[in-house]
Structure formats: structure tokens, C-alpha cells
Ligand binder design. Structure first.
Ligand SMILES: [Fe+2]
Ligand SMILES: [Fe+2]
Length: 285
């Protein structure tokens, strides 16, 4: 078993902080109570964002893409990758915290209960498999966290945006105009987002899934765009249309954790069949 590096005790502490920032409409918690997440965020979460915003530069992202996107690390099936991700241990309480497989299955089960198509359920099942980057030795700030474009001005709608003062790109005028190295309306496919589990898994799975699923995987952590409305000037018409799917996916990711713990063993045959419907036995990671 491999432990991830700090500052978060548990990789999912980041997702928990998101659920606090964007409370479900059904939770009865007034949104205003969560406005000041800066004050409420745990010190570890704040430290996590400080590192993330300082180190995610254009150069860093391009280097990680060169390192990982040739997909020459492993040959693994989807279920195998789920079990591999489950070897990630955090300093969390195993009795109360969900394992990675449980989070994935809970997300998928919530989507299934919502009556959505099979590819959508499958997307819920796999959406966080890119977190195996932790097991390849990547620090937490290069695996999880809200994603944002690099190579152009950092939006003040990114959480803890004040920490970008320590990002070297902030001092490069060519990277800090509104569009930076990009053309207005160029489409997000042309834009480099901060490196993490979304982009990595998108490249592993894109050839096997319908376009809305690809968008859900690639942009599910892009909160500045899908939940804060920033970066519309870099999107094209296709992005705007597909972001409806990204937004449709988001509640299942954030709010399915309160549901009953899934029975992984009894659900496994259903999900193995679903995986086989879309994916080959082995994929390049
Ligand atoms: Fe995720
Ligand atoms: Fe997730």
C-alpha cells in the first residue's frame, strides 16, 4: 500500500470541501452560510490550494502532459484500475470513510437510480480513476483540486485566487492577458488546464466513450467554469452545449456520499458487464 503525500489527510477532503462550498439545494442549508468558505476551510485544505496555485504553471502542465499522455505506464483493465486505486491509503478512518471503489460505485448507483443511460452510469463509475496519479508518485496538488486554465489570466472566481500571487506565471505579462496564449472562443480543447486526474483519465478513455461522457470526465473539476461561469471567452459553441452534461454530472459526484454504503461484491457482476460493453479488456495508462 502506498500513502499519498500531504497536506490533506484524505484525498477526498478536497471533494468534501467542495460539497461544503456548493451545498445541495435539497440539503436545506442556505447558500449564504457557505459564502465564506475561506473562513470555514480546514487549514489542510487551504494549504493544499496554496501549493496547487503556486506550482500549476503552464510549463508544469506541459511537462506533465509530455510525461503521462503517451500512456506507456501500464496495461490495465477498468476493474483492475479500480482495485489499484483502492490501494491508496490515507490517514482516514476506514470504518467511516468510503474506499475509492465505494465512492465510484456510489456515484454510479446514484446515476443509475436517476434513470440515466448506461454510458452515464459508467462515467460515474470511472470518473476518478485518474487519481491513480497519486500512486505514480504525484503530489496531491497535481492530482486533485479545482482545475483552471494556465497560459492566461487566473480568474478571481477560482477558489483562493489570492494564492496565485506566488505562481511564477503571474509575473509573465504574456500569460496574464485575458486570453493569454489562446484566441478568444478557441474552444477548451485548445486550452491547457491545470494538471490532474480529469485530463489524465480523459486521454485514457476518450476513444471508447460518447462525447458527453468525455466532457464529464475531462471537466468535472473545472468548477471556475461549470459552477462559477468563468472562462466563457475561451469556450466555443460545442463546449457550451456539452457543459450542460458536465453540470448534470456534478451533483452525483458531490452529493451521493450520504447514501448507503454500496455492496461492492454483489454489484460487481453488473458493473463488470457494463465495463465490457464499452471498454476492451486492457487499456493503455
Ligand atoms: Fe474527480
Ligand atoms: Fe468524484
Amino acid at each position: 500500500m502506498i500513502s499519498p503525500s500531504k497536506p490533506l489527510d484524505h484525498l477526498d477532503d478536497w471533494e468534501e470541501s467542495l460539497a461544503a462550498r456548493y451545498p445541495a439545494a435539497a440539503s436545506g442549508k442556505p447558500k449564504a452560510a457557505f459564502r465564506d468558505y475561506r473562513a470555514q476551510a480546514r487549514p489542510s485544505v487551504k494549504e493544499f490550494y496554496r501549493l496547487n496555485h503556486r506550482h500549476q504553471t503552464l510549463e508544469f502542465v506541459l511537462a506533465k502532459k509530455r510525461e503521462y499522455l503517451p500512456l506507456t505506464r501500464r496495461h490495465m483493465g477498468i476493474w483492475e484500475a479500480m482495485e489499484f486505486l483502492n490501494t491508496l491509503v490515507d490517514d482516514s478512518d476506514p470504518d467511516t470513510d468510503l474506499s475509492q471503489i465505494e465512492h465510484l460505485m456510489q456515484t454510479a448507483e446514484a446515476i443509475r437510480a436517476g434513470g440515466h443511460p448506461r454510458w452515464f452510469i459508467l462515467t460515474g463509475l470511472i470518473h476518478d480513476l485518474g487519481k491513480i496519479l497519486c500512486l505514480f508518485g504525484e503530489p496531491q496538488w497535481a492530482v486533485v483540486g479545482d482545475t483552471f486554465p494556465v497560459g492566461c489570466r487566473f480568474s478571481d472566481r477560482i477558489v483562493f485566487s489570492e494564492f496565485f500571487a506566488d505562481n511564477p506565471d503571474t509575473n509573465n505579462p504574456a500569460l496574464q492577458s485575458e486570453c493569454g496564449i489562446y484566441e478568444p472562443g478557441c474552444g477548451l480543447d485548445q486550452v491547457h488546464l491545470s494538471w490532474g486526474h480529469d485530463e489524465y483519465l480523459y486521454h485514457v478513455t476518450k476513444d471508447y466513450l460518447p462525447e458527453p461522457a468525455q466532457y464529464m470526465i475531462r471537466y468535472h473539476s473545472f468548477y471556475p467554469a461549470h459552477s462559477e461561469g468563468a472562462y466563457g471567452h475561451l469556450m466555443d459553441g460545442r463546449d457550451r452545449e456539452m457543459f450542460r452534461w458536465v453540470r448534470a454530472f456534478n451533483p452525483y459526484d458531490l452529493y451521493s456520499k450520504d447514501a448507503a454504503r454500496p455492496d461492492v461484491r454483489s454489484l460487481r457482476p453488473y458493473y463488470e458487464e457494463l465495463i465490457a460493453e464499452f471498454f476492451p479488456a486492457k487499456l493503455a495508462w
